[in-house]
Design a protein around this ligand. Structure first.
Ligand SMILES: C[S@@+](CC[C@H](N)C(=O)[O-])C[C@H]1O[C@@H](n2cnc3c(N)ncnc32)[C@H](O)[C@@H]1O
Length: 227
C-alpha cells in the first residue's frame, strides 16, 4: 500500500507539473512548431485533421476537453449549437475568450482529472489531449467522457505520438518526457505514444467503438461511440 501511495503521489506531482508547463507556455503556445516534422507534413496533417472535424460534423451541444487557447473551438462552432470548453490553465482560457468572443461558448476552468460533467452532450471533442492522459488515468478519463455523453452521443479526437529524442529523459519506453519553454525552463509532462491500432483495441476493451486513423506525419484522429 505504501508503495502504491507513493506512486500515486508521484503521478499527481507529474500531472501538476504538466499543467504548470501549459500555464507557463500559454503566451508562446501558438508560435511553437514541431521540430523534425516537415512543414509539408504539418500542413497536410492540419488540413486532414480539420477536414475530419468538419466532416464528422459534431452538432448540437458539444463538450470540448482541454481546449487550450481555442485552437479547435471555432471549427466546432461551425456545426455546434453550443460549445462548453474546459481547460485547467486560466492563461489558456483567457486566450480562448479573447479569440472566440461568442455567446455560444461556455468556458470552464477545471482540472480534468478531478472534474465531472454537470450535464450530457451530443458530442465530445478533444484535440492533442489524450496523449497527455497517463495510462493509469486512461480508464477514469473515458468514464468521464461516457458520463458527459447522451446515449446517442459521438466522440471525436485528434492527436499525435510525437516525441523527440532529447525529450525522452526516462527512455523511449516511458510516457514521461521533458519539455522546454523558449526561456529554457523545463517541465516534465506525459506523452503516451499511442498507435492507432493499439488505441482502438484499448478503447474496445473499455466498451467503446472507435476507429482511429493515421494522417500525414505522426498524427491521428479517432471517432466513434460507446459500443
Ligand atoms: C497540448 S494542449 C492542447 C490544447 C488545444 N486542444 C489544442 O489542440 O491546441 C493541452 C491542454 O491541456 C491543458 N491541461 C493540462 N493539464 C490539464 C488538466 N489537468 N486539466 C485540464 N486541462 C489540462 C493545458 O492547459 C493545455 O491547454
Amino acid at each position: 500500500v505504501a508503495e502504491s501511495d507513493g506512486q500515486e503521489q508521484d503521478l499527481q506531482a507529474l500531472l501538476a507539473e504538466q499543467l504548470a508547463y501549459y500555464r507557463a507556455r500559454a503566451p508562446e503556445y501558438s508560435e511553437t512548431a514541431i521540430p523534425d516534422v516537415t512543414e509539408h507534413e504539418l500542413l497536410t496533417a492540419e488540413a486532414e485533421l480539420s477536414e475530419a472535424v468538419r466532416r464528422f460534423g459534431l452538432g448540437g451541444d458539444v463538450l470540448e476537453l482541454a481546449c487550450g487557447p481555442g485552437t479547435w473551438t471555432r471549427l466546432l462552432l461551425q456545426g455546434a449549437t453550443s460549445v462548453t470548453a474546459v481547460d485547467g490553465a486560466p492563461e489558456m482560457l483567457a486566450l480562448a475568450e479573447e479569440k472566440l468572443a461568442d455567446r455560444r461558448v461556455r468556458l470552464i476552468h477545471a482540472d480534468l482529472f478531478e472534474w465531472s460533467p454537470d450535464r450530457r452532450y451530443d458530442g465530445v471533442f478533444f484535440g492533442f489531449w489524450l496523449s497527455h492522459v497517463p495510462l493509469e488515468r486512461f480508464e477514469a478519463f473515458w468514464e468521464t467522457v461516457g458520463r458527459a455523453l447522451k446515449p446517442s452521443g459521438r466522440v471525436l479526437f485528434v492527436d499525435d505520438a510525437y516525441r523527440t529524442a532529447d525529450e525522452l529523459i526516462e527512455g523511449d519506453r516511458s510516457a514521461i518526457i521533458r519539455r522546454a519553454l523558449n526561456d529554457g525552463r523545463t517541465y516534465r509532462a506525459i506523452k503516451v505514444p499511442h498507435t492507432p491500432k493499439d488505441l482502438e483495441k484499448r478503447l474496445g476493451r473499455l466498451g467503446w467503438s472507435i476507429r482511429v486513423k493515421p494522417t500525414a506525419g505522426p498524427f491521428y484522429w479517432g471517432s466513434g461511440t460507446r459500443g
